[in-house]
Design a protein around this ligand. Structure first.
Ligand SMILES: [Zn+2]
Length: 330
């Protein structure tokens, strides 16, 4: 729609009107008209005084709101708060902290923390079927990074030499994240935990990279054995970083974005929740503007609104077992 918001400032004003919130979300959620989230019935009636719909079938949640069946379900906070926060998370390169939301919107820091995790679930990519690469496609760069711990500023090659000598895998409470990037395209990530097992790494590659792709890695021996299924090229980082077309600078750029967000914005992240922050950064990265896909802030926010449907994260789920996990300081 023409008058839909284009900037954060627009969004804050626009979403102060509850009718705008409802229209905006309903249009994205129900492209073919409103349907009951529980039974799918379409002859539902709208109750304007409460901004809910009534399903004619008798079942739980026969009266449903725009939040029902989305990550916003049961939240006491209004959409005039939720939507501007979603706009910020979708578009701020380094993310937004719960403290910033607390200060700017007047919700408690704890409530803001819960909001952010629900939004991150919305950002989690549902498209798991698409493979990266392919024999005719751009090469796929594969790499790992270490998050947290004291040695965070040490370069990977140096750290790896240390850890290989000491027999430590992740070492020093760090968490290993593995990622792959089709050059100019999408990134996919997985959390390896504190170990880098060759078998697990190979399985992740085979599940996500099309056979016959050109893959680029560093010299790490865990990448041995991927040929002949893939055209494997590697560069020895102890000697140089780029050899012609062979480098992993695209995925390293993603790691630096991730670390900038984690270091600058989130201050401390529990290893247990790390995947949520990685998903958040991957959403922004995978929906970045490129020459072929000139996506803007408003498009990125709209996409997030579509992705919050059919997902749920309760406070109990989010905080389960959490008190047993140590915090990683950045
Ligand atoms: Zn129904």
């Amino acid at each position: 729609m023409e008058h839909e918001p284009k900037t954060l400032a627009d969004a804050i004003v626009y979403f102060q009107d509850p009718n705008n919130c409802l229209d905006y979300l309903a249009l994205r959620r129900w492209k073919n008209g409103v349907a009951c989230p529980t039974c799918g019935r379409k002859d539902v009636s709208f109750v304007p005084s409460r901004r809910v719909w009534q399903c004619k079938t008798r079942h739980p949640k026969a009266q449903f709101s725009i939040k029902t069946g989305t990550v916003l379900e049961d939240s006491p906070l209004g959409l005039e708060k939720w939507l501007p926060v979603m706009w910020m998370v979708a578009n701020c390169k380094n993310g937004v902290s719960s403290w910033e939301i607390h200060r700017s919107l007047g919700v408690s820091q704890k409530a803001a923390w819960f909001m952010l995790h629900r939004i991150r679930l919305g950002m989690q990519d549902k498209d798991t079927g698409g493979m990266l690469g392919g024999p005719e496609a751009a090469p796929v760069e594969i790499d790992e990074t270490y998050i947290g711990g004291k040695a965070r500023n040490m370069h990977k090659a140096k750290r790896r030499r240390l850890s290989d000598t000491c027999g430590m895998q992740g070492g020093h409470g760090k968490t290993v994240v593995m990622g792959m990037l089709e050059r100019g395209g999408k990134v996919k990530t997985t959390i390896l935990g504190n170990r880098r097992e060759k078998k697990v790494m190979h399985a992740f590659i085979r599940e996500n990279v099309a056979p016959g792709s050109a893959i680029m890695t560093d010299e790490f021996t865990n990448y041995d054995g991927l040929a002949p299924g893939f055209a494997h090229h590697f560069v020895n980082h102890l000697e140089k970083y780029v050899e012609g077309n062979v480098h992993t600078q695209g995925i390293e750029n993603f790691w630096s974005l991730l670390k900038r967000g984690l270091g600058g914005t989130y201050v401390a992240v529990e290893p247990f929740h790390l995947f949520r922050y990685v998903d958040e950064q991957a959403f922004r990265f995978n929906n970045r503007a490129t020459r072929d896909n000139p996506i803007n802030d408003s498009d990125r926010f709209s996409l997030l609104c579509e992705q919050i449907v059919g997902k749920r994260l309760t406070y109990a789920q989010l905080t389960a077992k959490e008190d047993k996990k140590p915090e990683v300081a950045f």
